[in-house]
Design a protein around this ligand. Structure first.
Ligand SMILES: [Zn+2]
Length: 206
């Protein structure tokens, strides 16, 4: 009897090789830019109990601090209370060539009853489709983990979103003009939760 290797074993070996992922895939480094809106002379939304520029800077700092994933590198467009123009921000972003840009903001409305999170992607951009996918996934993550309600993902011609070559999402974290939102956004523990949700989301990026 010939001692040949049965065909089914060869097939099984080929199939198992097909599922062996190259190392580069499992250790892929993810680069994310967190863009804290406003800064310096540009206060953004203001109220008696806080400013948008400070809230987004605090949350950005927490994101950087909470990220312990060595495959995830968090880059910031600003890490201090400093004015940086929108074109300088996009220059920083496009120079880094990240996998994702998250621009963090706080909303304001004359209607003080208006509240909740909003997610925006560009009308048109280099990475429009990916941006929409990421925005929807991030919105779902926030819906599961955090207390503020979220609107559907919207499109808007925001400069950072339009000019970023990488997928980019702008998040309005809540309304400064709404008392409940404002208390939520200026609360240290809630800020930690917001940061933790973003860090967990980034860690799951492929
Ligand atoms: Zn803003």
């Amino acid at each position: 009897m010939k001692k040949s290797i049965p065909l089914f074993l060869i097939c099984a070996a080929l199939v198992s090789f097909a599922f062996v992922k190259p190392d580069t895939k499992t250790t892929k480094q993810i680069n994310v830019v967190i863009d804290a809106g406003h800064g310096g002379t540009d206060f953004g939304a203001t109220s008696s109990s806080g400013t948008e520029k400070l809230i987004v800077e605090q949350i950005t700092t927490k994101i950087k601090f909470l990220n312990k994933n060595e495959n995830v590198v968090i880059h910031l467009t600003r890490n201090e209370d400093k004015y940086i123009s929108l074109s300088d921000r996009t220059a920083i972003i496009n120079n880094i060539k990240p996998d994702l840009v998250l621009s963090l903001h706080v909303n304001q409305s004359a209607n003080v009853a208006k509240s909740g999170m909003e997610f925006y992607v560009a009308n048109e951009s280099a990475a429009s489709e990916k941006s929409i996918l990421i925005a929807n996934a991030l919105r779902t993550k926030f819906t599961q983990n955090n207390t503020l309600k979220s609107s559907e993902v919207r499109k808007a011609p925001f400069f950072i979103l339009k000019k970023s070559e990488a997928p980019a999402v702008l998040v309005e974290l809540g309304y400064m003009s709404n008392l409940d939102d404002r208390e939520y956004l200026t609360n240290d523990l809630e800020q930690n939760k917001i940061a933790a949700t973003i860090v967990a989301f980034i860690s799951e990026l492929k």
